[in-house]
Design a protein around this ligand. Structure first.
Ligand SMILES: [Zn+2]
Length: 122
């Protein structure tokens, strides 16, 4: 996908996922080497900057689309992140906070991939 195609795909899928009020940009910088893509966002400003890995263009179109929707899915899940953050703040036990955060992060990834597969049709 060209940069323009990526941006058009992101806008279309973001709208489909209920993210119409978000401004989603594609960074010129690559994602951190340990990730194929990542997204930084500000839930209050409704802005997000997505980065893809340097080898993104070598992936299949389906893989590219899956990664892009996976990152958008993290925006969809953001309201749950906020609840988990509040729950963690209320917990006295650092061990319990860590357990909750670890379990939630794993579940968040699974749900983000499930949404990506459903949206992309894989
Ligand atoms: Zn993820």
């Amino acid at each position: 996908m060209t940069r323009a195609e990526i941006l058009m795909f992101l806008r279309t899928k973001a709208d489909a996922l209920g993210l119409r009020d978000w401004t989603i940009e594609l960074s010129d910088m690559p994602a951190d080497p340990e990730h194929e893509a990542d997204i930084d966002f500000d839930e209050h400003k409704r802005t997000a900057v997505l980065r893809v890995c340097s080898g993104f263009s070598d992936l299949t179109l389906t893989e590219q689309r899956g990664l892009l929707v996976h990152e958008l899915a993290h925006l969809v899940l953001d309201p749950i992140d906020a609840v988990i953050d509040q729950a963690c703040e209320a917990m006295r036990s650092a061990e319990a906070r860590k357990m909750l955060r670890t379990a939630y992060d794993a579940a968040n990834e699974r749900v983000a991939w499930a949404l990506a597969r459903a949206v992309v049709g894989i």
